[in-house]
Design a protein around this ligand. Structure first.
Ligand code: AP5
Length: 189
């Protein structure tokens, strides 16, 4: 199964991808996690990305595409993948389609987790208290939500236009949301 998880910051993409990867036997590929690992390792790319992430903006398309391409070349991704955090704008959407066509792994479905903004704010505040993620401050979260509405919502519209979008209610306990996602996957899953 080759799927993309879409949804606002804090909608539960990372949480659900971690739960589903065992169920589906495919890796969770998160561009946010790849970038955070580069920041932590202090690589030149990580140093460049850090300020952009802390401001709630998008890291350059070329950097993120290069990281994604490297990750999808790993052996575990040949059976499929759960993409989390990519694509995030229309240019990334086009780049993804080109990349997946080239490696013969076309996307099967995009699942959008639908969560009301007031719950998003509560969830991120909870994570900020528990984990202290640098981009979970109220000001940066506002900017991330603005960037999501402006740049990532059009990606969901694109997947809807090509008949690949499924919208899933992301409110409820974790197992319940996972079951909804599994129920929305195409039959080949
Ligand atoms: P990224 O790491 O992708 O962050 P995000 O999309 O903003 O998503 P989050 O990680 O905040 O939320 P999530 O939907 O995964 O929710 P989670 O499961 O954690 O990106 C970070 C930054 O990296 C970007 O701002 C950008 O700078 C850069 N970046 C990344 N990808 C990029 C790209 N493609 N191009 C350019 N730049 C890129 O859940 C949130 C909280 O809610 C958790 O505490 C969780 O425990 C809780 N929770 C989850 N589900 C539930 C539930 N059902 N009920 C109650 N609580 C729940």
């Amino acid at each position: 199964m080759r799927l993309v998880l879409l949804g606002a910051p804090g909608s539960g993409k990372g949480t659900q991808a971690e739960l589903l990867k065992g169920e589906l036997g495919i890796p969770h590929v998160s561009t946010g996690d790849l970038l955070r690992a580069a920041v932590k390792a202090g690589t030149p790319l990580g140093i460049e990305a850090k300020a952009v992430m802390d401001a709630g903006q998008l890291v350059s398309d070329a950097i993120v595409l290069g990281m994604l391409e490297d990750r999808l070349a790993h052996a575990d991704a040949t059976k499929g993948f759960i993409l989390d955090g990519y694509p995030r704008n229309v240019a990334q959407c086009e780049a993804l389609e080109t990349l997946l066509a080239r490696i013969g792994q076309p996307l099967e479905v995009a699942i959008k987790l639908d969560v009301p903004s007031e719950l998003i704010v509560d969830r991120i505040a909870g994570r900020a208290a528990a984990q202290g993620r640098k981009d979970d401050t109220p000001e940066t979260v506002r900017e991330r939500l603005r960037v999501y509405a402006e740049q990532t919502e059009p990606v969901a519209r694109h997947f809807a236009q090509i008949g690949k979008l499924k919208v899933v209610d992301g409110v409820g306990d974790l197992a319940e949301v996972s079951q909804r996602i599994l129920g929305a996957l195409p039959q080949s899953a």
